[in-house]
Design a protein around this ligand. Structure first.
Ligand code: SF4
Length: 377
């Protein structure tokens, strides 16, 4: 069966879900309401990893809608996307990096997605004219890398991806291209069943220009034989594979689970790159976000159980002002550093805020004044 056919057989409505789990009438009605707003799609592969008799199954939590999504606190736009959007489907927030939103489709829809405002939905935000985006990148010589994201770009046909990569990797000032995809985790068949995709990636990795695959494993149970086989195919094609994990309530919010995940990823050659603070996204925040203080303690305890490459990752918040690393807590203060910044002057800037135990985002913390030792807020 082709990968497209298999994808057609995903679980997308409440009737199919009821074959797997029991739902009260009330739950059923709520779920239908939620799905109308934010679609559900669970691949049959991922469904097979879930213990459907366990209401707390961490994988189920990531893909099955819940009444918690009816809580509207937060915002759909948390990273200042409109400030960075240069044209439909192209954002330029950091000097050297262009972000292409190539599609709004994914093999399955994560309930914690920070792009919930667009995934699975008709949107004006995704790329329409790739030639215009490529021209913008060509004209901005300060851009040395492109991140192709979405949605999941591997939902595009291999022919469209070929067109993207041919054009982008031909731009002399681009050093590398990243493809952000959760397909190795949620739908390994996309990689295992399409030899032409693997050949395409192989063709575009050379001694001097490398393709990176940025994936998102959030729980050790996602590291399965098919998933590792997909990762190995990508690696055999010459790509480098790195992982971003989102810290999620009820999924990986304990050091043993997180350490197990990061250790196993390192073992299969997928380098842990970031652990992201879950954003304050509407319909996500209340269900998945962990307070910064708690997150910091989980991450530090996790690091104490790891070594070498498995503990090189950074714990960061992708804020509208930049990528902010959560450095430490001392007394009643929490310390941060700009790892990346919209305003290049801020890169590396160190600052602190008064700790608020349940604050989950920088904006929940008040500024503290400049101190005598030069530490600024
Ligand atoms: S695969 Fe990525 S873009 Fe798609 S729903 Fe999940 S987190 Fe969002």
């Amino acid at each position: 069966m082709e990968w497209q056919e298999e994808l057609q057989r995903s679980i997308c409505d409440v009737e199919r879900l009821k074959d797997l789990m029991s739902l009260s009438r009330r739950q059923e009605a709520h779920l239908k309401q939620i799905i109308k707003r934010h679609p559900m799609r669970i691949t049959r592969y991922y469904a097979s990893l879930i213990d459907w008799t366990n209401p707390s199954d961490p994988l189920m939590r990531m893909v099955v809608p819940d009444t918690g999504e009816m809580n509207l606190s937060g915002s759909y736009v948390t990273s200042g996307e409109s400030l960075s959007t240069k044209m439909r489907g192209l954002q330029h927030k950091y000097r050297e990096t262009a972000l292409i939103l190539a599609t709004s489709r994914c093999p399955q829809y994560c309930r914690h997605c920070f792009r919930k405002r667009l995934v699975g939905l008709p949107t004006e935000e995704v790329l329409q004219r790739f030639a215009d985006a490529a021209r913008y990148i060509e004209q901005h010589r300060e851009i040395n890398n492109v991140l192709i994201s979405g949605g999941d770009p591997l939902m595009l046909s291999t022919a469209i991806l070929r067109n993207f990569l041919n054009k982008l990797l031909g731009i002399p000032h681009l050093a590398y291209v990243r493809i952000g995809t959760r397909s190795p985790v949620s739908f390994p068949d996309r990689i295992l069943k399409d030899g032409s995709l693997v050949e395409l990636l192989r063709k575009h990795t050379s001694m001097w220009k490398r393709l990176y695959v940025v994936t998102q494993y959030n729980h050790p149970a996602e590291i399965t034989e098919p998933s590792v086989a997909a990762v190995n195919k990508l690696r055999d094609a010459g790509t480098a594979i790195i992982n971003q994990t989102v810290l999620l309530r009820g999924v990986n919010d304990d050091p043993d689970t997180l350490a197990d995940l990061l250790h196993k990823l390192t073992k299969i050659g997928v380098c842990p790159y970031y652990v992201f603070q879950c954003r304050s996204v509407k319909r996500v925040k209340r269900r998945f976000q962990i307070p910064l203080a708690e997150g910091y303690r989980i991450v530090e305890k996790t690091k104490s159980m790891l070594d070498g490459p498995s503990k090189r990752f950074r714990y960061v918040m992708s804020h509208r002002n930049g990528k902010i690393e959560i450095i430490g807590i001392m007394g009643n203060e929490i310390y941060f550093k700009y790892h990346q910044a919209r305003d290049p002057k801020n890169i590396g800037r160190f600052f602190k805020r008064k700790l608020v135990p349940d604050a989950g985002w920088l904006d929940d913390l008040k500024q503290t004044p400049v101190s005598a030792d030069g530490v600024v807020s």
